[in-house]
Design a protein around this ligand. Structure first.
Ligand code: GDP
Length: 530
């Protein structure tokens, strides 16, 4: 195999999804630890200082000590080259969080053992399912008292609609969390709680049939319960089938504690074996293969104003095939131009690194003089194809925009349109009016502030936002629908997007159901496509 194919095949590009506080950051830190990227865990988030010291983020970010940007972490482990895509959560949850998943080949879902499936996990999970990418589950915080793990698996299956297959099983929880049982190897892997946070914690491996040995470590009751659970598990759980996993229909489940570093490496090792090399991606001419095709990439995110002084934007692209080399000429399909990418770099959590080369599976950020849009394709000059567009994700917060100074109408329309094109917000109009009534929809509420701030600073336009009570938006999929005749609930609102596509805004899910009932044949969608 050529060095080129080898480079691509050793890449694993994935995102970690979770509800805030489930332990995504802690798990990422532990992964980095194994990769030797840092000596001691504790430097990924470094909230206010470390991260912002090296780059000039937006003032909003600095004030809040949060990051609106997602970045990528790259490190090597056991012959693999790992790209972890950061999916912003908390208040900075936005459409970018969803778009990042469009660039991943698989996802790790971190669940807090005592909390189960939470809201944000549910939302992100839906996007993974839409893409049919493999999802791996890490049940975290086993060092805290947790309930019945069978019930938790039931909850995952019921709430998320995916079959589960435990690859290992926890022995106890809370103070009694001893380790995990590796079902494939039939080994009990026990951890000593000596060196928290380092990778050198002592590990003891005992084959399960050596009951006497086990008794030395696990007390009578706990051992009995554990052996019973293992038996139950063998009878009840879904069979492991890698193909089903890779089709996104079965999730392998692992247990552990990211904080105390129990079960993390065993998870990483299995995960890397089971997850995929960079996946082929759909384009208008068919599937583009990562190794067999020359360089190609698509833009999944545009970050404005990383450095206010230069007003620059950075376009993040996922390389889908081939190899990228510095100063190489590429074709920007949507712009119809041959060009050189300017200063391609890897945006890491704490640094930017200028790159000489990158391969399928990698994410690069390039300076964007304002020519790229989300979803754009780049390929070799001789090629002509286009990757499937990135869907528009349903905003969940809506506000009416009032412009304070009506004399500045032009700047206002220009500003809000440009910001919408970057994908930070979505704008809608009342169904029967023009640009005079604008409704803004966002995925995360912070985007409202970003909009207000940017209109003021960059376009010199002041606005007021009036919150609207809608929480659900649905694209009307029927091609020739008469929107005037469509009847819904009294609190439903008919709007259109910038391209004139009809949409409906709802206050609750009940109204969506009522509207579907009242209009036979109506098809509503949660994702918008061009
Ligand atoms: P994120 O918001 O998902 O990135 O979560 P963090 O990794 O920042 O973790 C949230 C909190 O949970 C922090 O206080 C962590 O120290 C704690 N935490 C993370 N993993 C574990 C774990 O395995 N056990 C316990 N007890 N706490 C954990």
């Amino acid at each position: 195999m050529s060095n080129y194919a080898e480079e691509i095949n050793k890449r694993r590009t994935f995102a970690i999804i979770s509800h805030p506080d489930a332990g995504k950051t802690t798990l990422t830190e532990k992964f980095l630890l194994y990769g030797g990227a840092i000596n001691l865990a504790g430097s990924v988030k470094g909230k206010a200082t470390a991260r912002h010291a090296v780059s000039d983020w937006m003032e909003i970010e600095k004030e809040r000590g949060i990051s609106v940007t997602s970045s990528v972490l790259q490190f090597e482990y056991d012959g693999y080259c790992i790209n972890i895509l950061d999916t912003p959560g908390h208040q900075d949850f936005s459409e970018d969080t969803y778009r990042t998943l469009m660039a991943a080949d698989s996802a790790v879902m971190v669940i807090d053992a005592s909390k189960g499936v939470e809201a944000q996990t549910r939302k992100l999970f839906k996007v993974c399912v839409m893409r049919k990418i493999p999802i791996f589950t890490f049940i975290n915080k086993m060092d805290r008292d947790a309930g019945d793990m069978f019930e938790l698996l039931d909850e995952i299956e019921r709430e998320l609609g995916i079959a589960t297959c435990p690859i290992n099983w926890p022995i106890g929880s809370g103070k009694n969390f001893k380790g995990v049982y590796d079902r494939g190897e039939k080994n009990v892997v026990m951890y000593a709680d000596t060196q928290k946070g380092t990778k050198e914690g002592e590990i003891t491996v005992i084959p399960i049939e050596k009951e006497d040995e086990l008794s030395k470590y696990i007390g009578g009751d706990l051992k009995g319960q554990f052996l019973e659970e293992v038996e139950l598990l063998d009878g009840a759980s879904a069979q492991f089938d890698l193909e089903v996993v890779q089709a996104g229909e079965l999730t392998p489940v692992f247990f552990g504690s990211a904080l105390t570093n129990f079960g993390v490496e065993i998870f990483l090792q299995y995960f890397l074996k089971m997850t995929t090399t960079p996946l082929p991606r759909k384009a208008d001419i068919g599937l583009i293969h990562p190794v067999e095709n020359d360089f190609s990439a698509f833009v999944f995110k545009i970050q404005a104003n990383m450095n206010k002084a230069h007003r620059d934007r950075i376009a993040f692209m996922r390389i889908c095939s081939g190899k990228y080399e510095a100063s190489m000429e590429v074709k920007h399909i949507q712009g119809g131009k041959i060009m050189r990418l300017s200063q391609p770099q890897q945006i890491m959590a704490s640094e930017r690194k200028i790159l000489d080369e990158a391969y399928a599976g990698d994410i690069i950020g390039v300076f964007d003089p304002g020519i790229f849009s989300i979803g754009d394709t780049l390929c070799m000059p001789k090629e002509q194809f286009q990757y499937e567009g990135i869907p528009t994700f349903a905003p969940e917060h809506f506000a009416r925009v009032r412009q304070m100074d009506t004399m500045k109408r032009k700047q206002f329309v220009k500003g809000i349109t440009q910001i919408a094109q970057e994908g930070a917000i979505q704008i809608f109009q009342e169904f029967n009016t023009g640009m005079e009534e604008i409704i803004v929809g966002v995925v995360g509420v912070l985007q409202f502030e970003v909009l207000k701030y940017r209109l003021e600073k960059e376009y010199n336009v002041e606005i007021r936002l009036e919150n609207l009570p809608y929480e659900y938006i649905r694209w009307v999929e029927n091609k020739d629908i008469d929107m005037v005749k469509l009847t819904g609930t009294s609190d439903m609102k008919k709007v259109k997007d910038m391209k004139g596509n009809p949409l409906l805004l709802f206050i609750n899910q009940w109204s969506i159901g009522m509207t579907l009932d009242r209009n036979e044949g109506l098809i509503l969608s949660e994702f918008g496509r061009d």
